[in-house]
Design a protein around this ligand. Structure first.
Ligand code: KIV
Length: 273
């Protein structure tokens, strides 16, 4: 028998049951190394398609392929043991039909071993969410600012800035909850709207730039660590690892140029004659 303690991974139903309870903690993770570092403090790790902007330098999430999400989903699963891992469905992999969404989601679940997928969209995606959840695919929905729609929206600015638009966002939240989503990400809306949405649905709301009125929070890990140069206004940077990385590289470069580092005391394995 293994001497390693068995750790039970959190599941979508575990998080669904947290509505109105202890706030849900989540961060994005794209690599095994980062997953290993933050697994113990997060309830779920999102392999977000934000990796297209953060890791790959794209201007939006639109170019990200399903294969990339699967590869990084596998990495995050290898690096974590306890947190639920949710993998984003990238643009173009689910919008066409519920059947297309199921084929993509089934690949994600089978090839990564993750516990749920996330997709963007409100009432207009409810039919697809129902199709997936009735077939064993736990779905995290995503409303408010939906970054995959950047070409239609024109910018990443906050949503619900006029009160007349609020009922539409509340209806979106209700539709995805009724369709079986286990939770819903609410992005870039002001506190009163986030509160109204949170009070209107029986599933947890996970805010990003949507105030503490939500049932949980998510941030892009590179923003929180101070690794990105364009950080959204609502993000608190808990570290400045970007500046620290540049400083470390500079100190190394100085040492290399000055031949100033100690010679290692290697003992190379004896060559066999
Ligand atoms: O892709 C992502 O990282 C996300 C979060 C910002 C919610 O969708």
């Amino acid at each position: 028998m293994s001497v390693q303690a068995q750790v039970r991974r959190l599941t979508a139903p575990d998080l669904r049951a947290r509505k109105g309870g202890e706030p849900i903690v989540s961060l994005t993770a794209y690599t095994a190394q980062m997953a290993r570092l933050i697994d113990g403090v997060c309830d779920f790790l999102l392999v977000g398609d934000s990796l297209g902007m953060v890791m790959q330098g794209f201007e939006s999430t639109v170019p990200v392929p399903l294969e990339t999400m699967i590869a990084q989903g596998q990495a995050v699963m290898r690096g974590s043991r306890r947190a639920l891992v949710v993998v984003d469905m990238p643009f173009g992999s689910y919008e066409e039909s519920p059947q297309q969404a199921f084929r993509s989601a089934a690949r994600v679940l089978k090839e990564t071993g993750c516990g749920a997928v996330k997709l963007e969209g409100g009432a207009y995606m409810a039919e697809t969410i129902r199709f997936l959840t009735q077939r064993g695919v736990p779905v995290l929905a995503h409303i408010g600012l939906t970054p995959q729609a950047i070409n239609a929206l024109g910018s990443f600015r906050a949503q619900g800035r006029d009160r007349e638009s609020w009922p539409g966002f509340v209806a979106d939240a209700r539709a995805v909850a009724d369709a079986g989503a286990f939770a819903v990400v609410v992005e870039a809306v002001a506190e009163p709207l986030a509160r109204e949405i949170t009070q209107s649905v029986s599933i947890p709301t996970i805010g990003i730039g949507a105030s503490p009125a939500c049932d949980g929070q998510i941030l892009v890990i590179d923003d929180l660590l101070g690794l990105t140069d364009r950080t959204p206004k609502f993000v608190r940077r808990y570290a400045e690892l970007g500046a620290a990385a540049t400083q470390a590289a500079q100190s190394y470069a100085d040492d290399v140029r000055a031949r100033a580092f100690p010679a290692p005391e290697h003992t190379y394995p004896e060559r066999k004659a």
